[in-house]
Design a protein around this ligand. Structure first.
Ligand code: NAP
Length: 263
């Protein structure tokens, strides 16, 4: 990788969906990439696609399970050590949940929290530690509009996305006045495998559009934003104050039994 002219980004969840589409968006914006996920074959494919389109972009793939928290921390530190620094860390890896509270899916809920909350915390914690030492850097956290309200059928997912957004918010306040930026994004429904079984996906956008908007927002260094900005900036506010009965009726119409509502 040419560390003198290009920046370096560390992206979790790069083997599929948003992460897979975000990688070439970052390459086009002058980043070399470290692509992390559990499925290395898929990461290698993403790497080949980028090599074919962006000859100047350096790409490394890294087998990483974000629920192996110590591995996450050492991977970020080691990447920075071997490349002379790191510019951007994106906590994107995540999983969905698939059923109502009390329906015998507690083990799945636990995996949601371990991945989306603790795995992302391990990523953010390592990035903040590094960026404080470097006195520069940007952290981007992929939350969800599901963070705005506990969505029926996706309790653990909503809770996980709210938790990581609040965690990132605290980090942003702690880093105020330093050159380190924290960007928290709240995507609505983007067409990826995480939601492709769902019956209702309001305001759905394609993954290429979603990744381009996310890359633009990261590049602008915004503190927080929905994705796309409109209509979710308005819908997000509305969802927060909707009476329980209206939310329950809306959910009944849109949820197949046992399926989730996650965005
Ligand atoms: N699509 C949407 O509508 C939407 C909306 C709001 C927020 N989001 C969030 O966007 C992020 C990306 O989701 P997506 O829509 O792109 O879904 P996706 O296509 O299912 O991708 C999820 C990614 O997370 C990785 N991942 C899951 N568990 C992991 C673990 N334990 N360790 C490392 N990587 C792990 C997966 O890689 P491996 O399986 O190879 O490890 C995969 O690359 C998630 O945080 C999701 O909650 C999505």
């Amino acid at each position: 990788m040419n560390k003198h002219t290009r920046k370096l980004a560390f992206l979790t969840g790069a083997s599929s969906g948003i992460g897979q589409a975000l990688a070439p968006q970052l390459a086009a914006r002058g980043y070399d990439l470290v692509l992390a996920a559990r499925r290395v074959d898929s990461l290698e494919q993403v790497k080949r696609d980028i090599a074919a389109r962006f000859a100047q972009c350096g790409v490394e793939v890294l087998a990483l399970d974000v629920t192996r928290y110590a591995d996450v921390q050492s991977a970020i530190a080691e990447t920075a050590r071997s490349h002379g620094g790191l510019d951007l860390v994106i906590a994107n890896a995540g999983v969905g949940s698939t059923g109502p509270v009390g329906s015998g899916r507690f083990a799945e809920d636990l995996a949601v929290i371990e991945t989306n909350v603790i795995g992302a915390m391990a990523t953010i914690d390592a990035a903040v530690s590094l960026f404080r030492a470097q006195n520069r850097g940007q952290i981007a956290v992929i939350s969800s509009v599901a963070a705005f309200r506990g969505l029926p059928g996706a309790a653990s997912y909503s809770a996980s996305k709210a938790a990581i957004a609040v965690y990132a918010d605290a980090a942003r306040v702690e880093l105020h006045g330093t050159p380190v930026r924290v960007t928290t994004l709240f995507p609505g429904y983007i067409d990826t495998p995480i939601n492709q079984d769902m019956k209702s996906r309001p305001f759905l956008i394609g993954v290429e559009d979603g990744a381009r908007i996310i890359a633009d927002l990261i590049e602008r260094g915004v503190q927080t934003s929905t994705v796309p900005v409109y209509p979710w900036n308005l819908v997000g506010r509305l969802v927060r104050v909707l009476p329980t009965g209206i939310l329950a009726r809306a959910a009944k119409g849109s949820m197949p039994s046992g399926a989730s509502e996650k965005g």
